[in-house]
Design a protein around this ligand. Structure first.
Ligand code: UDX
Length: 445
């Protein structure tokens, strides 16, 4: 168990609340500060502004140890202040650090040594800039540490408390040691390094994960051309201990709040220094094209999409979240609408609001697929595992499933009377023929 300390957190967003809640779970006193009064009031009333498994329980269990405040002055005396604010991309693709700067402006003056710990994902070099800004303000008794987060949505609490590693990059040895000590009680390797390397570890880890996804998606596309099955191929690749099985699920491309933003930030960071990061540029482009390949699959079966009714099943960028940031569903819906298709959508939790203009949201899968010419699995929701049912087949105008997540068993879907297309899997027997309205007659093998 760690010695109990006082930890300040700037930003009551997803990263800030997971960080604050988990440090409280480790026995520390935590003060979470945000600038939005309604957010602070809601948190004091025990309401969370987003869905994240285990987090409500962690915050509730430790409520005695957590304070929510609007007043940055309350953070005076904290042993470490974690910066957990947004770093959205600017027009140039650089990261917008204005939220970081305003957190610094609010940093309370203290005679004690304080440590500012950067959890937000920032470009390499940010630590140097902040260090210089602190010196410029006469705050040389404030230490700076880069301590990036590696949390995935839907499993963030587990990721925080059982990390693969903890990365601590510091200018001063004592600051790094103090931050490492806060994680006492967690079993994980600790990577103690310099600030720039810690910043790069985060960006490079994400870029590598995205590279794996775009790689397996391209292998999937080649599999389609040559008649191999990418699910089998990924299994075979993943058993090589040098490669490992993770992040080899082919699909309709990655989305979310981190990958798309962080890949652009790293590409930009490299090109600002005069380096063209070709591989990352290709990873990003492959991902963009991958989202659009579903359209070609639909056209293969349906011909022109004008007037065709297409059901998009799942809107969230992945299962287990209502987050639609950079979700492939957004690109798909817009492309389909641009082709003149009629778009219906279903998701158990994500609500598109104005994000998708022109698509009609339905409350159930069955309603969404009624009279539809095709159903597209966009998010790997468990609720869709039984999609290849008699009810669905009877409801659809044409029993065609395009499975963007390889969620269903192709043979079972075809046996149930559907034309079925996965990603990187052997094609449906209806290949190339816009006549999927006659399933029984076609499903002979
Ligand atoms: C990710 C990283 O995992 C995390 O370490 C980082 O801090 C933030 O970004 P998250 O965006 O929550 O977390 O989702 P993750 O589960 O990693 O998936 C990212 C995207 O990749 C999703 O769109 C997912 O559908 C896609 N993906 C993932 C694949 O297409 N194939 C895979 O094999 C794995």
């Amino acid at each position: 168990m760690a010695e109990s300390r006082t930890i300040g957190v700037f930003g009551a967003g997803w990263v800030g609340l997971v960080t604050g809640g988990c440090f409280a779970e480790l026995g520390h006193r935590v003060i979470v500060r945000d600038v939005m009064p309604e957010r602070i009031e809601a948190l004091r009333a025990g309401e969370l502004p987003f869905h994240e498994p285990d987090l409500p329980e962690v915050l509730e269990r430790n409520r005695e140890r957590i304070t929510y405040t609007l007043d940055a002055g309350d953070l005076v005396g904290a042993d470490a202040i974690f910066v957990c604010v947004q770093t959205p991309p600017t027009y140039s693709g650089d990261a917008d650090l204005s939220f970081v700067w305003s957190a610094l402006d609010d940093l309370p003056a203290s005679d004690e040594r304080q440590i500012l710990v950067m959890k937000s994902t920032v470009p390499v070099g940010t630590g140097d800039k902040v260090r210089a800004a602190l010196e410029g303000r006469g705050l040389s008794n404030v230490g700076y540490v880069s301590n990036p987060e590696f949390l995935a949505e839907g499993r963030a609490v587990r990721d925080f408390l059982n990390p693969d590693r903890i990365v601590v990059g510091a200018f001063a040895e004592e600051d790094g040691a103090a931050v490492e000590a806060l994680y006492g009680g967690i079993e994980a390797p600790v990577v103690r390094t310099d600030v720039a390397s810690a910043e790069m570890i985060k960006l490079a880890a994400n870029a590598f994960l995205m590279t794996r996804i775009s790689f397996i998606n391209e292998i999937a596309n080649v599999c389609e051309a040559v008649g191999a099955d990418v699910v089998e191929v990924a299994k075979g690749i993943g058993l090589d201990h040098r490669l490992g099985p993770h992040f080899l699920r082919a699909g309709i491309g990655y989305g979310g709040s981190c990958f798309p933003k962080d890949s652009l930030a790293l590409k930009q960071l490299a090109s600002n220094s005069g380096y063209h990061f070709q591989l990352l540029a290709a990873v990003i482009e492959v991902n963009e094209l991958q989202k659009r390949r579903v359209i070609q699959k639909l056209q293969k079966h349906l011909g022109k999409l004008r007037g065709k009714k297409i059901a998009l099943l799942g809107l969230a960028f992945k299962a287990g979240t209502d987050d639609m940031r950079e979700a492939p569903s957004l690109v798909l819906a817009s492309r389909l609408l641009a082709e003149g298709a009629e778009v219906r959508a279903w998701d158990p939790v994500a609500r598109p609001g104005k994000l998708i203009k022109g698509a009609v949201l339905h409350a159930t899968v069955l309603e969404a697929v009624r009279d539809a010419d095709a159903a597209v699995i966009v998010t790997e929701w468990d609720e869709l595992r039984g999609l290849a049912s008699k009810d669905v087949r009877d409801a659809m105008a044409r029993p065609l499933i395009i499975d963007g997540r390889n969620l269903l068993d192709p043979a079972a879907a075809r046996a149930a009377g559907f034309a079925y297309e996965g990603i990187g899997r052997p094609s449906s027997p209806f290949e190339g023929l816009p006549q999927t309205a006659e399933p029984e007659a076609k499903v002979s093998n």
